[in-house]
Design a protein around this ligand. Structure first.
Ligand SMILES: Nc1ncnc2c1ncn2[C@@H]1O[C@H](COP(=O)(O)OP(=O)(O)OP(=O)(O)O)[C@@H](O)[C@H]1O
Ligand SMILES: [Mg+2]
Length: 268
């Protein structure tokens, strides 16, 4: 194994000069992102609305194709994959959404198993049409996120916090190696947000998963993450270990001025 190959194995993600343009270049969402994420790291992406957080997460599992640049995710190049390889790759990369993306009329259990539909032949109508082992595994994941008693409740009737627990159980059910979470607590109240972030942290640590999560709450991010990366206008302007960050530091990402340059006229 060459040094380069060894590093690629130890990194969950390596982005080199990734750009993403929309509308024929009118919108430059990412302007050259270089980012290496070691396996097992819990990384928070922060930045103002429109800074490129969702685009970065979506490029990572090729929901968006980058305009230019190179990337390695879990030791593979998603850009070089066939449709079938991409399906297999996406089983290894779970996505947790802000608005949960559950099917409201289906039970919590069915929503968890929906992640495996790509591996089953034909559609499924009702819990009993899934293989037994699959139902057991889905139930185990629901119990893990504290929702064993709600397994047969329709997802649409669950509270927001409970729905996101289902979203996390669905992600875990995939047995992923990398979890991408796009503002997973933005639709929740502060107490539920804290509980959900703690849950995500616990289960990902238990399973040794890499997590990249966009999050706006600076305090939660400092408590939760190993590392914080700040985006601004599609560029990384901040990248530090969470242990070395204060709330004031992190808040500069959200300040109206650019944290990489002093715009204080008195300082000039
Ligand atoms: N499908 C798209 N078509 C055109 N422009 C897009 C598309 N997706 C994102 N953009 C633009 O790319 C830029 C980055 O958007 P992105 O959604 O990544 O930001 P974000 O940091 O996730 O913001 P927020 O905090 O509001 O979720 C924005 O200017 C946005 O308008
Ligand atoms: Mg976003």
């Amino acid at each position: 194994m060459t040094d380069h190959e060894r590093t690629a194995q130890e990194l969950a993600v390596s982005l080199r000069g990734i750009t993403k343009e929309f509308n024929d270049g009118e919108v430059k969402a990412l302007r050259g992102i270089d980012l290496e994420v070691p396996r097992g790291q819990k990384l928070v992406l922060m930045g103002l609305s429109g800074s490129g957080k969702s685009t970065t997460l979506r490029v990572l599992n090729r929901l968006h194709d980058p305009t230019s640049g190179e990337m390695t995710v879990l030791g593979e190049d998603p850009m070089a994959m066939s449709a079938r390889e991409l399906r297999r790759f996406r089983q290894r990369v779970a996505f947790v959404f802000q608005h949960f993306n559950l099917v409201g009329r289906l039970t919590a259990l069915e929503n968890v198993m929906a992640g495996a539909l790509g591996t089953l032949r034909g559609p499924r109508y009702g819990v009993m049409t899934y293989p037994n082992a699959m139902r057991h595994e889905a139930l185990a994941q629901l119990e893990r996120v504290g929702l064993g008693d709600q397994a047969f409740q329709k997802a649409g009737t669950l509270s927001g916090g409970q729905q996101q627990r289902v979203g996390i159980a669905r992600a875990l059910f995939q047995k992923p190696e990398l979890v991408l979470a796009d503002e997973p607590v933005a639709s929740l109240d502060p107490e539920s947000s804290r509980q959900i972030m703690e849950l995500l942290l616990t289960v990902c640590e238990e399973d040794g998963l890499t997590v990249i999560c966009s999050l706006h709450q600076v305090e939660l991010a400092i408590e939760w993450a190993d590392r914080m990366v700040g985006l601004r206008h599609g560029e990384i302007v901040f990248d530090r270990d969470a242990s070395q960050i204060t709330i004031a530091d992190a808040s500069t990402i959200y300040a109206s001025t650019d944290p990489t340059t002093s715009s204080d006229p008195e300082a000039a």
